[in-house]
Design a protein around this ligand. Structure first.
Ligand SMILES: [Zn+2]
Length: 257
């Protein structure tokens, strides 16, 4: 038998708080107290005060109803933000780091779709821009599920297009701008690498669900009164779409789920 290090072995050098914190930093996964007890080998009675203190000091987050709380370090967005930060260090050429981030975001989505979809077939029939964007949004990886104070679950990322007058039928599927609320950068202008990662992921999601080669560029960021901070991306089809979308008479302009 070889030598192995198991997750349920205690770290004799660490306080139990650091131990649990380290364990949670590795994943955006959310754990119940019972799951944590099983996987770390701490008794749930000794985990309880440790988790309480970590939550109170804002080191970790909780999700869900009181007696069924799940504990986690970062949600999905913050998990990828940490990855984005690691793609650039001081002194690096920013353009080169952005290029790497775009490629990483693109491949992340393309590879996932390839593995997840039957035979890796990327051709789907969308009858409207709304259907197309809904599919893109489902394939877009940087999104959290939020639990509100009213006990509701809602998607943490919203896509919007255009202003009050925009309807899906008025959008040119070959050249449009989409806002992502929130972007991976969470509206911090210095997080250009996070936006580059988003650019790549958006391109990969469009290509993977609509089979359209596009050029995606970051255009601006801002704050929306209802949906919060966003980054806006221009999406241009490199080969114009041969599709005639049905005209839909809706006036919906955001895609939530
Ligand atoms: Zn951004």
């Amino acid at each position: 038998m070889g030598s192995k290090c198991y997750d349920d072995e205690k770290l004799p050098c660490c306080h139990s708080q650091e131990h649990i914190l380290l364990f949670l930093t590795r994943t955006p996964w959310r754990f119940s107290i019972n799951e944590l007890a099983k996987v770390t080998n701490f008794h749930r009675n000794s985990l309880r005060p440790v988790l309480k203190s970590l939550v109170e000091s804002n080191k970790i987050q909780t999700f869900g109803e009181k007696n069924h709380s799940l504990y986690y370090y970062n949600g999905v967005i913050d998990h990828y933000r940490r990855i984005a930060k690691s793609l650039h260090s001081e002194g690096d050429d920013i353009k080169e780091s952005q290029r790497i981030a775009i490629k990483f975001g693109y491949q992340l989505v393309k590879n996932t779709l390839k593995e997840a979809l039957t035979d890796g077939i990327f051709k789907f029939h969308h009858h409207s821009v709304h259907e197309m964007l809904l599919h893109v949004k489902w394939a877009f990886p940087f999104s959290d599920l939020l639990y509100t104070k009213d006990g509701e679950y809602r998607p943490g990322t919203v896509f919007t297009i255009g202003d009050h007058n925009t309807t899906f039928s008025s959008i040119d599927p070959n050249d449009f701008s989409v806002r992502i609320h929130p972007c991976l950068c969470r509206g911090e202008a210095e997080s250009q690498i996070a936006c580059a990662l988003t650019m790549g992921a958006l391109k990969g999601a469009i290509e993977g669900t609509c089979d359209i080669k596009t050029e995606v560029t970051w255009t601006s960021y801002g704050i929306h009164e209802e949906f919060g901070s966003y980054c806006e991306y221009q999406v241009k089809a490199l080969d114009p779409l041969p599709i005639n979308f049905h005209h839909v008479s809706d006036n919906v302009k955001h895609v939530e789920n």
